[in-house]
Design a protein around this ligand. Sequence first.
Ligand code: SF4
Length: 194
Amino acid sequence: MFASFFIKTHIYMSLNEKIIEVCSIFEEVDNKIINLKNKYKINCIESCGECCMKDNIEATVLEFLPAANFLLQNNNEDIIDHYYQQTEKLKYCIFFNPLNNNGKCNIYPHRGLICRLFGFAGRINKNNELEAITCAKLKYIFPKYNEDVPIIHNYYLRLSTIDPQLFLPFLPINKAIQKSIEIVSLYYRFKKTG
Ligand code: SF4
């Protein structure tokens, strides 16, 4: 019953509607993290960006549709082509920019779900306790168990219901970004000719 509800929902959603749904999950996560930061008086170390400097970050295509949509609506083809081509070559995320003060990210407001959860998330551990997952720099000041952290699993589960086919498999982050750009480009191409 539930499965068929979700399948019908995502099948009849346009790409734009899917992007709106993804963004509404982002908004919820962002608000939860803002409340968490305020309540516990914790924040990222200024100018850090270390969580993006990993060569094994994985993401879903779905969570990068808003970023791809932003790029395609606001940039010329050369920039998009540059991002598209570079995704094969770089060790870190294509959008990582150590000179960018806005979170070291060239698309910070449009970044993926994994990026939003970096350092400020939680999981249910094998003892069925809510356990915070944070970074090496924050772990000594981070509240270990508390109900205020966004639980990663819950948000990814919700993401999966928007479009299961764009949700799995998890891919290396640059591959996920590349596929998102392909999907959104195709959508605009058909829209123009349709
Ligand atoms: S999209 Fe931005 S925040 Fe996410 S990994 Fe890339 S550089 Fe970091």
